[in-house]
Design a protein around this ligand. Structure first.
Ligand code: GAF
Length: 411
């Protein structure tokens, strides 16, 4: 299904237009529906989601779009879901009704038959069908296009999951609750694909509000919108490095956090509140101590950054970002040489208040808070020095905070 133009290049069609055009090419008719599903960057609150903590993501205007139509009602009662991606020749195809989801707690990949992106589609269809019951016999077919780079820490997977969940909700008439859909998508990712991730990405993609960051409390899944001042832009600096969450040290970090919580006698590191116990260094090994210190201080930084944004105190906001980067680099140890280099280059660029790596870590993107009227100069000041330090080309997106996954008229 066609080649992908560089996102955001002047005159090139966006993901929505490409998804619809691909649908028309493949099926000879216009789609009945179009879902727009954003990526996200996390401003702060990294690796806190699976520790019951706080996060502050924004959904961004780099998106994945899914054009789709319900199949004619099957007389036999057995339909299928089929999704074509502009990047892949083979479709994701799931017969209906799909197999039941694995029991909670059973190992990942318990049922995934298809690998890569198709496994995510399959997982969401399985989970959504288990909610929809008999209605899930009606099939649908779609085409997707995405401006989200894969493995760059911008939540291309969550955007895909939420788009598929939205299509299933429309065709199977199960209604749309963003938090419920985020949880369903996480079940697909954890229980079907086998990536033991938290819920940050899915909630950010599903429940975001335009112009705002979302302060999410993972203890009770409450979400509070925090205004991002107009005078500042969130610059996303793609370092050109890529990682695979499933195979990264993500699961190891989760286990280290659990070890730290057990060593300190709490169910979750969130239960420690704002500080480590005075005897933490005696009760924990040095690695677990560093992991716990990152989580405890990171929760505080989420509150501090949300507060600074509400007051439009950008110097303070920038200082919190830089502190966050030091903590994720030195205590949580999920940064990487290119991410560190990009943060250093960004912080010295004009109009930049602060920068940090974003997402699961090891590779991907850095975010910077930049004065809106310095954005062009900022980009020029980052690209050359970053190339000199790393030999790589950075791609810089000037992102606008957008709303969550939405259904729009494709006409
Ligand atoms: C990845 C995971 F998918 C999220 O759940 C979260 O843990 C994040 O890494 C780190 O904050 O994006």
């Amino acid at each position: 299904v066609g080649a992908t133009p560089a996102p955001g290049s002047p005159g090139t069609p966006g993901a929505a237009e490409r998804a619809v055009a691909a649908f028309v090419r493949c099926h000879g008719a216009r789609p009945a529906y179009l879902v727009r599903s954003p990526g996200r960057v996390n401003l702060i609150g990294e690796h806190t989601d699976y520790n019951g903590g706080l996060c502050l993501p924004v959904a961004i205007d780099l998106e994945l779009c899914l054009a789709f139509s319900p199949s004619p009602r099957a007389t036999s009662g057995h339909g299928f879901v089929e999704v074509l991606s502009e990047h892949r020749a083979a479709p994701a195809r799931i017969g209906l009704p799909p197999p039941p989801p694995p029991e909670p707690g059973s190992p990942g990949r318990a049922g995934a038959a298809q690998s890569g992106w198709a496994g995510y589609v399959e997982g969401v269809v399985v989970m959504a069908a288990s909610v929809a019951g008999a209605a899930a016999s009606r099939g649908w077919y779609g085409t997707l296009a995405s401006d989200l780079p894969l493995g760059a820490g911008l939540s291309s997977s969550a955007a895909l999951e939420l788009a598929v969940a939205r299509a299933c909700a429309v065709v199977w008439d199960t209604g749309w609750d963003p938090i419920g859909a985020a949880r369903l998508a996480q079940r697909a990712e954890n229980g079907w694909v086998g990536a033991a991730t938290g819920l940050l990405d899915q909630i950010a993609c599903a429940a975001a509000t335009a112009g705002h960051a979302l302060e999410i409390d993972f203890r009770d899944l409450t979400v509070t919108a925090v205004t991002v001042p107009d005078s500042v832009v969130v610059a996303v600096v793609d370092t050109g490095t890529r990682r695979e969450l499933v195979t990264s040290a993500y699961a190891q970090r989760r286990a280290e956090c659990e070890r730290a919580a057990a060593g300190l006698g709490v169910a979750s590191l969130r239960d420690l509140g704002d500080r480590l116990p005075a005897d933490a260094a005696r009760r924990l090994d040095p690695v677990a101590l560093r992991r716990a210190r990152h989580i405890v201080t990171e929760n505080t930084r989420v509150r501090e950054l949300a507060d600074a944004l509400r007051r439009a105190d950008l110097p303070r906001a920038g200082a919190v970002l830089l502190d966050g980067h030091r903590s994720i680099r030195d205590d949580f140890e999920v940064s990487g040489p290119e991410l560190d280099a990009a943060v250093e280059v960004c912080r010295n660029a004009p109009g930049c208040h602060g920068a940090r790596m974003t997402g699961g870590g090891f590779a991907g993107c850095v975010i910077a808070l930049v004065d809106a009227d310095s954005a062009a100069g900022f980009a020029r000041a980052v690209v050359g020095p970053y190339r000199r330090r790393t030999g790589r080309d950075a791609v810089i997106h000037r992102c606008v905070p957008v709303g969550g996954t939405s259904l729009v008229d494709p006409r």
